[in-house]
Design a protein around this ligand. Structure first.
Ligand code: PA5
Length: 343
């Protein structure tokens, strides 16, 4: 596979650097001073696309530990319960995403405690104007390749605010470095390369678990959309056992062989979820176009989540190359943003 000819904008290099990015991101978080906060009633993450997904992963990471809910909002407006007892975190890689800026301005009016994160743009300017603590991250990357920068400084901040315990960052970075050595090889000995071959020509259904791997499942879906330029769908256990299993009875007219199911597994699954996954697998195995279970690496929840993310990022990258499409370009998103800016 001639990687450089198709990956003209160098996504492979960014994937290779992901473990290093995570290390730098932790350092960035450690250098940020933020005013102490009386215990927030809720934490709201504002963001869109590649800048929002870190919020979902953050929520899963601390699902069983945080004393208050984390909600990711991807919209122009805020619900009425967002008020001065809310810790509002506005994230936009470019700093110019209109939905995030609109809802942030509303958050300022409602006197929320606010933190912002971007590589520059309007968000950085507004933060200076309003005296909002701002996390500045390196610029010039596609937002979806900056997940370490978009997520890990927040993890550090939550530990500084004593809302959660510090995760094992060093272990996670070691796990990612080790995976990089295997994943960077564009040959069938590389698990993501092999998985991309299996998925090629099919529609991936990515199934995670509520409060465990739901955010990662969503991440896989969006990476298949943006990097590989294919339709992909995600869902979570146990909810999918109450609806998405029904078509697998085979009564509809859709060819189920067109779908490839990816099961994102985790040592953190509830025993009854584990049983649900086994039974669901039994039900669909012969009918779908392929099925693969992906187990995480490492010993701690952060390495479990980021190792699963990393596998998905590389798989979607290799799938782009197999189809001869540039993984970096996202022309339809750029066109929409350009047209909207005229309005
Ligand atoms: O992957 C992408 O480029 C998009 O999903 C962007 O992240 C999204 O459009 C929001 O832009 P930004 O991340 O700059 O706020």
């Amino acid at each position: 596979m001639e990687v450089e000819k198709i990956d003209r904008r160098g996504m492979k290099n960014l994937l290779d650097r992901f473990p290093q990015q995570c290390q730098e991101a932790v350092r960035i978080g450690e250098t940020i001073e933020i005013p102490s906060l009386s215990e927030p009633r809720n934490i709201v993450i504002l963001g869109m696309g590649g800048s929002a997904i870190g919020g979902e992963i953050l929520r899963d990471l601390f699902y069983s530990h945080l004393p208050c809910p984390i909600q990711v909002l991807r919209d122009y407006k805020l619900p009425p319960w967002v008020d001065k007892s809310t810790f509002l975190v506005a994230i936009s890689y470019s700093g110019n995403t209109e939905e995030t800026l609109y809802s942030l301005r509303e958050g300022i009016r409602r006197k929320c405690s606010i933190l912002s994160l971007s590589s520059g743009g309007e968000l950085a300017k507004l933060s200076v104007q309003e005296g909002i603590p701002h996390i500045s991250i390196p610029e010039g990357m596609p937002p979806r390749t900056a997940l370490g920068y978009l997520l890990l400084p927040l993890v550090v901040i939550l530990t500084k605010l004593q809302l959660v315990e510090k995760p094992e960052f060093e272990e996670t970075i070691k796990v990612l470095e080790n995976l990089k050595e295997h994943y960077t090889l564009s040959s069938p000995s590389s698990p993501p390369c092999l998985l991309a071959e299996e998925i090629r020509g099919k529609i991936p259904l990515i199934w995670g678990v509520e409060g465990v791997t739901g955010g990662v499942a969503h991440r896989w879906k969006t990476q298949f959309n943006e990097n590989s330029k294919i339709l992909a769908f995600w869902d979570i256990f146990p909810e999918l056992n109450h609806n998405e299993v029904v078509p697998w009875g085979g009564e509809g007219e859709v060819n189920l062989k067109n779908f490839f199911v990816v099961l994102l597994r985790s040592p953190a699954e509830h025993p009854r979820i584990r049983r649900r996954i086994e039974l669901t697998r039994e039900m669909i195995e012969e009918k779908c176009g392929g099925i693969k279970e992906i187990w995480p690496q490492g010993k701690t929840p952060l390495s479990w989540l980021l190792s699963l993310v990393y596998m998905g990022d590389w798989t979607s990258f290799y799938l782009a190359l197999l189809q001869g499409v540039d993984p970096t370009q996202i022309k339809p998103i750029e066109w929409l943003k350009k047209e909207l800016s005229k309005f």
